[in-house]
Design a protein around this ligand. Structure first.
Ligand SMILES: [Fe+2]
Length: 390
């Protein structure tokens, strides 16, 4: 294929046989291998900071430099700020921020073009008009572009070999920056879509609350208690946030239950109980259809399973029941017991605590109950007005 047949992005980033010194093919292979691993890894990280750190690590590894930094544009401050760095003092990381046009990164941001400098001392562009100090003579800084918009700048300097960067190096860093920008943007989009879905589900949960005035606020309280308990039990932030979200919509399947059963002001008969016992299945089917929410299925589907296998819908027992569902089950029962229902008075908190203890090992996971009761005692000590044993 002739060079002219390449798309502009391909032509920009792929060093060709004509441009690469044959003695450096081994080096190029290493770079390609590094890029491949980097691309795979960026899609497996869970947190933004992890992603930023990984981008800088990979950029400095691939470019073989001591120093590297990723700066993103803060729309509120209207400045570029370092979000991850390697080889820079913490003070510099925390205090460095640049306006568009200021310093090297600011120039890259404003001009939307990479800057590659072999030796800053002899580069007319960087005669010390700026207050920004440069720690290295040779550097590369490239913009992170998303759909033509610059969102940040990726900088590397201080090559370990002490050799100056080459134009080829700038192409490679541009490739890394393109990938980084795309991954960062994809995550932002994913988050905004996820938020839109979450808002929709929260609205549905609220509608359910409105439909059942006797349980108003139940889902929100169960979500708060469940995430607090999960955190207390040592689950990671990712997992307790997931449990919180799932708990918020754990009863979403009740949307599919008819009014004469759902709103019945008296205790349910056997047939009605069977109907209402469909709500975990209906709820899990609702969320299973939406890609972002199918991770909630195990909690929604199994929050009425019993530890001894006598629950519904599957009759799972012990560790077969996902831990998140075992946690939500306890918090759900607690809130239901201490809340007023049309057909019964609420239990006092000591009575509800005694009931949890009684059902520990049969309906509920004993470990979860133990931690829940400890959590309540701690809450009581902190805020006596919220005493659960008054
Ligand atoms: Fe439920």
């Amino acid at each position: 294929m002739k060079k002219t047949e390449l798309s502009s992005s391909e032509a920009k980033v792929i060093p060709t046989a004509a441009t690469i010194d044959p003695n450096r093919f081994g080096e190029l292979l290493k770079v390609i291998e590094g890029l491949h691993k980097y691309n795979v890894l960026t899609y497996t990280v869970n947190r933004d900071q992890e992603l930023y750190d990984l981008i800088v690590k990979k950029a400095t590894d691939i470019m073989n430099t001591h120093i590297g930094s990723l700066m993103l544009f803060d729309d509120n401050a209207m400045k570029l700020k370092i979000v991850a760095a390697r080889g820079l003092p913490q003070k510099v990381i925390k205090t460095s921020s640049l306006k568009p046009g200021e310093g090297i990164a600011g120039k890259v941001f404003q001009s939307r073009k990479p800057i590659f400098c072999e030796d800053i001392e002899f580069d007319e562009r960087f005669k010390r008009k700026s207050r920004v100090k440069y720690s290295s003579k040779s550097f590369v800084a490239v913009p992170l572009k998303v759909k033509g918009r610059v969102v940040g700048v990726l900088n590397v300097n201080n090559r370990k070999t002490r050799e100056p960067f080459t134009a080829e190096g700038m192409k490679i860093l541009t490739l890394i920056a393109d990938e980084a920008a795309m991954t960062i943007e994809n995550r932002r989009l994913l988050r905004s879509i996820e938020k839109a879905y979450m808002d929709t589900i929260a609205t549905l949960a609220k509608m359910l609350d409105e439909r059942m005035p006797s349980t108003r606020g139940h889902s929100r309280r169960v979500a708060e208690l469940s995430s607090e308990l999960a955190k207390r039990m040592g689950l990671s932030e990712e997992r307790y946030q997931l449990i919180k979200r799932a708990a918020l919509i754990h009863d979403i399947g009740k949307i599919g239950i008819q009014d004469n059963v759902l709103l019945k002001p008296r205790a349910l008969n056997a047939v009605e109980r069977k109907i209402i016992q469909n709500h975990p299945r209906i709820g899990s089917e609702i969320v299973d259809r939406v890609e972002f929410f199918n991770i909630f299925v195990p909690i929604i589907a199994f929050h009425h399973e019993w530890f001894n296998g006598e629950g519904y819908p599957m009759g799972l027992s012990g560790a077969q029941i996902p831990l998140g569902a075992r946690i939500v089950a306890v918090c759900d029962a607690w809130d239901a017991m201490i809340s007023e229902r049309a057909y019964r008075d609420p239990l006092t908190k000591p009575e509800a605590a005694a009931e949890l203890t009684r059902a520990s090992g049969s309906q509920f996971d004993p470990e979860v109950v133990k931690e829940f009761l400890k959590m309540l005692k701690k809450k009581t000590r902190k805020t006596p007005s919220l005493s659960c044993y008054e």
